[in-house]
Design a binder for this molecule. Structure first.
Ligand code: ATP
Ligand code: MG
Length: 561
């Protein structure tokens, strides 16, 4: 059983359609879906919605979901992208078993079907160039104009299409178009192009072809060839459905999958167009497709988002017909919920200041056994050393604190988590007046942070034993864009909305020594600071790097206010 099998099912309109089809016996008892990415970029969180939907349906209806590389545009597609797609779908916890396909596997069949359309008088070779074709297309208000090449004979069309296939026609000089209806109110039905000349070597078919099918033609036939029952896509394809149906109806194919459209995932503070994500990578606004700030699946994986959290998020946002925007906070909340259950707690000081406990003997230390999880004993304990020299968080001390500040202050007392009460006796500053050290005393009777005499201490802070601290680099991430809809304006380049402070690197973080054993790609909660993940690429034993996955609470709201 794969990880992704453990979920609760929430019904939606697609499930209702499938239920009805099963009842009427439309496809027998088969439910076959597919996820058909074009390998022209890395997958993003929007694709995760489609993956969870398609593979989730197959799982719940005991059907199958195919993974199909929609590789019909060799100019933009790369093996690197295919490999990343495979890795990402697997990481999300889904399994296509032996049902991995490539649209390019159907090139022969697609070509034969094109010949059939020509023979039926349903397709013709057109010599209008792109510009003329655009003029002929008409608009939403006006019907289109028929191409002067529309009424060629079948023989002429077959001969010209053969020339196209044989490489005798230059790119842009000829296309094969379906002959449908230039007056159709649906522009997609106005004699759409179904084949174009492209003299590009294909990753899989090499130089066998120099004509390549268009998506709207290749897709219904690929679905049909695989016996897909429900072909689920995003709403922008709704107007293409008549063409999807036209292809299969006209060719009288043995099966006819049903195209169903749902609303895509849109996230605030994010862009999700592959073209824009590619630009961010190519122009080095980010550190690659898997930069932890990217909305790509490889980015959020590297950042430390658990796959289960992404699946929960996709379940929670649901599947509907209406466009909507989702707050990133909702995804982060799913991440917190998951990590709260799965991440061990440790202590790490992000912005350290030295504390010397003056009444603790020099050269001595003790080992405290601290639980890895406050609610779940199964996590066990880890040994945490304590002694005379410690680090605490700079912001956990204030010389002149405002009302309601319960952490350390001159003459004040605070509890060190799992350890002792300490009292600040003296503040040591350098020549610039900056605080460099705090001199404190501890109460040996308060071991375990328990009050020895009923006196109350309100604040509890985290700390690290200085001599054995494990120094690390920590990367704090913020949203990549600083406005909710970074690519909504036509007059403004979305890149102007990049958040200049989306990455903050801290090199002098002090962690408790147990983290020396932390394996790559594991998550921890640094108490009071958030969840952190050992970076899978840059982290080395001598130079550990932790990514902050998410803060403990949604601090963004506060910052905005
Ligand atoms: P493009 O076609 O511009 O390259 P795309 O995002 O549509 O980009 P595809 O590889 O065609 O990329 O997408 C694969 C599948 O993922 C499609 O079925 C598509 O509908 C779905 N998908 C893409 N973006 C989203 C999204 N934001 N939310 C839900 N599903 C999505
Ligand atoms: Mg697409």
């Amino acid at each position: 059983m794969s990880e992704a099998e453990n979920t609760t099912v929430v019904s939606n309109f697609i499930r209702q359609i499938i239920n009805e089809d099963l009842e009427s016996g439309k496809n027998g008892d088969r439910v076959v879906t597919r996820f058909p990415p074009e390998p022209n970029g890395y997958l993003h969180i929007g694709h995760a919605k489609s993956i969870c939907l398609n593979f989730g349906l197959a799982r719940d209806y005991k059907g199958v979901c195919h993974l199909r590389m929609d590789d019909t545009n060799p100019a933009k597609e790369e093996v690197e992208y295919m490999e990343s797609i495979i890795e990402d779908v697997k990481w999300l916890g889904f399994d296509w078993k032996d049902k991995m396909f490539y649209a390019s596997d159907y090139y022969d069949k697609l070509y034969e079907y094109a010949l059939e359309l020509i023979k039926m008088g349903k397709a013709f070779v057109c010599e209008l160039d792109a510009e003329e074709m655009r003029k002929h297309r008409g608009s939403l208000k006006e019907p289109g104009k028929e191409s002067p090449y529309r009424n060629r004979t079948v023989e002429e069309n077959l001969a010209l299409f053969e020339k196209m296939r044989a490489g005798e026609v230059d790119e842009g000089k000829m296309t094969l178009r379906a002959k449908i209806d230039m007056a159709s109110p649906n522009v997609n039905m106005r004699d759409p192009v179904i084949y174009r000349v492209k003299k590009v070597t294909h990753e899989r078919t090499g130089d066998k072809w120099c004509i390549y099918p268009m998506y709207d033609y290749a897709h219904p036939i690929s679905d049909m060839m695989e016996g897909i029952t429900h072909s689920i896509c995003t709403l922008e394809f709704e107007d293409h459905r008549p063409l999807y149906d036209w292809c299969l109806d006209t060719l009288k194919t043995p099966c006819h999958p049903q195209q169903i459209e749902f609303a895509r995932l849109n996230l605030y503070y994010t862009v999700m167009s592959k073209r824009k994500l590619l630009e961010l990578v190519e122009k080095k606004y980010v550190d690659g497709w898997n930069d932890p700030r990217m909305p790509t699946i490889s980015g959020i994986r590297r950042r430390g988002y658990p796959a289960a959290a992404v699946r929960n998020f996709c379940d929670r946002i649901g599947v509907g017909k209406k466009e909507s925007w989702i707050d990133v906070g909702m995804l982060e909340e799913c991440v917190r919920e998951e990590l709260n259950m799965t991440a061990p707690r440790v202590m790490g000081v992000i912005d350290p200041i030295k504390v010397v406990i003056t009444n603790y003997s020099e050269g001595e230390k003790e080992i405290l056994n601290c639980p890895y999880h406050p609610q779940d004993e199964s996590f066990g304990d880890r040994p945490v050393p304590f002694g005379r020299e410690l680090y605490i968080e700079r912001e956990d001390f204030m010389e002149e604190p405002p009302k309601g500040y319960f952490r350390l202050r001159p003459g004040g007392e605070v509890r060190l988590r799992y350890a002792y009460y300490i009292k600040c006796e003296e503040v040591i500053k350098n020549d610039q007046g900056e605080i460099v050290e705090l001199r404190c005393t501890y109460d040996p009777e308060s071991k375990g942070g328990k009050s020895p005499d009923g006196r109350k201490v309100k604040g509890t802070i985290h700390w690290v034993y200085a001599p054995e601290a494990y120094q690390a680099e920590v990367r704090l991430y913020d949203r990549l864009f600083n406005v909710p809809l970074p690519d909504s304006s036509k007059d403004q380049d979305y890149k102007e909305n990049l958040n200049p402070n989306s990455l903050k690197t801290l090199k002098n973080v002090m962690l408790e020594p147990s983290l020396r054993d932390a394996k790559a790609a594991t998550a921890f909660q640094f108490e009071r600071q958030g969840y952190f993940f050992v970076d899978s690429i840059d982290s080395k034993e001598k130079h550990p790097v932790f990514n902050r996955i998410v803060t403990l609470r949604d601090t963004w709201q506060k910052v905005q206010a």
